[in-house]
Design a protein around this ligand. Structure first.
Ligand SMILES: *Cc1c(COP(=O)(O)O)cnc(C)c1O
Length: 463
């Protein structure tokens, strides 16, 4: 968020101070909000003032809007607190943290079926957005090399993807000057399909992004179909169009809930995969991952070697300093949960999602867009039997503390607005039943207002 600086303080004097809530005890002077206080505060007073401000944030356990982890073991919390001081970039000073990152990359590349020739490579990032930037850059540089080797111009790159991509891909295109070729939604199709992708690919296409777990409805795109179509296309044209899989959510779900589904390095065109450790990797924010099938996919020009920290450490990242404790926590989860643990936790979340979606569908005024059988995320909308909109419902649920976002779909389905639930560890069957009762009560409330006009726009609250 870009924050504007508030107006000159004299003009808004009464709003410029933190209430001296603990003032009677030891704070003599009002504490200014918008400028650096002149004097120190005792730590317990500062702690209370900041903590009290944060009470007004939503309760993260009732937050069905976010994909991001809101619960971890006490042992994980302790381990993270004990490793707050680790800087991920200081690989020479904290070689064991670096070793742990390397083990995580190994674990993920095997989970995603990278060829067993020891050529896969990867790293941790701040999240999937940074991972997407790195994956996209590698695609752009590789494409440019191919073009230059053929003596052809390399100044008009494009990237093909569904309009349902997460905003990080639009950012990637804008920041790196790539034409985004977005496939719009059509009727009941809310994602990219091979047939539509093919009509937009040409010799300047640096790659196709396929999403495992669309932000809009939690559905997987058909990676296998896109892979097969690209194999044929490349054979016919002599191009070499690759796929990057955005597995921000699904990268940590499909290996456990849909192990037979082929969406990863088992498919030949998949060059790189990203995932968010802080989503279904079950770590507090922020950690993400990217793995390339082969080190060769990573252009040497993008890798920086710096020696300020001692040693010669190859580095491909947008940030320099970055907390190391999330990587430590990711490794903790891998050890603590193993295959079985991840499968059980995600299965439990999926059971809750399927329970919730089927009960909502049976209620009458709702129609499901998806049911949570890919990742445990589903979207639903209101139908003719409702005298309220998804925005009314979202507001009404917020009175009970639930954060269930309502939003409109993009091109060409701007007519469709939905509510979405992300079911995560910590959201129990019992909580789902309480939510169902609250939805039922809200439906009844709107039913008691026969003249009620559905509000067709949201107040703006997003994922
Ligand atoms: C969340 C998400 C992202 C962005 O990931 P962050 O880890 O929040 O940076 C990208 N793509 C998809 C499909 C996502 O769900």
């Amino acid at each position: 968020m870009i924050h504007r600086v508030v107006k000159k303080l004299e003009e808004r004097r009464e709003g410029s101070f933190l209430t001296p809530a603990y003032g009677a005890r030891s704070v003599r002077e009002p504490v200014p909000k918008y400028e650096l206080p002149r004097q120190e505060l005792p730590p317990e007073i500062a702690y209370n003032l900041v903590r009290d401000e944060l009470i007004l944030d939503g309760n993260s356990r009732l937050n069905l809007a976010t994909f991001v982890t809101t619960w971890m073991d006490d042992e994980a919390r302790r381990l993270m607190a004990e490793t707050f001081d680790k800087n991920m970039i200081d690989k020479d000073e904290y070689p064991q943290t670096a070793e742990i990152e390397m083990r995580c990359v190994n674990i993920l590349s095997r989970l995603w079926h990278a060829p067993d020739d020891g050529q896969a490579a990867g790293c941790s990032t701040l999240g999937s957005s940074e991972a997407a930037m790195l994956g996209g850059m590698a695609l752009k540089w590789q494409w440019r090399k191919r073009r230059q080797a053929q003596g052809k111009p390399a100044d008009r790159p494009n990237l093909v993807m569904g309009v349902n991509v997460q905003v990080c891909w639009e950012k990637f295109c804008r920041y790196w000057e790539i034409e985004p070729r977005l496939i719009p939604m059509e009727g009941e199709r809310f994602c990219l399909i091979a047939e539509e992708a093919l009509t937009r690919i040409d010799e300047n296409t640096i790659g196709v992004v396929v999403i495992m777990g669309s932000t809009f409805d939690g559905r997987y795109e058909n990676v296998q179909e896109v892979n097969d179509a690209l194999e044929k296309l490349n054979k016919k044209t002599g191009w070499d169009v690759p796929i990057h899989v955005d597995g921000a959510s699904g990268g940590f779900v499909a290996p456990f809930l849909q192990p037979k589904l082929e969406w990863d390095f088992r498919l030949s065109r998949i060059k790189s995969i990203n995932a968010s450790g802080h989503k279904f990797g079950l770590v507090f924010p922020g950690v993400g991952w990217i793995v390339w099938r082969d080190r060769e996919e990573l252009p040497e020009e993008l890798i920086f070697h710096c020696n300020y920290l001692g040693g010669d450490l190859p580095n491909f990242a947008l940030n320099f300093s970055r907390p190391g404790n999330q990587v430590v926590a990711q490794y903790y989860n891998f050890l603590r949960l193993g295959h079985d643990g991840y499968r059980r936790i995600h299965q439990a979340s999926q059971d809750v999602a399927l329970h919730l979606s089927s009960r909502l569908a049976a209620m009458g005024p709702f129609t499901l867009i998806s049911d949570g059988s890919d990742i445990p995320v589903f979207a639903f909308t209101t139908n003719r039997r409702a005298n309220f909109s998804v925005f009314d419902m979202s507001d009404k649920l917020r009175q009970r503390g639930w954060l269930v976002p309502a939003y409109t779909f993009p091109k060409n389905r701007q007519d469709l607005s939905v509510l979405r639930c992300v079911c995560k560890e910590g959201f129990t069957r019992d909580m789902a039943d309480i939510l169902l009762a609250d939805v039922q009560a809200a439906v009844k409330y709107f039913g008691s207002l026969p003249g009620h006009q559905p509000r067709l726009q949201g107040a703006g609250f997003h994922h």
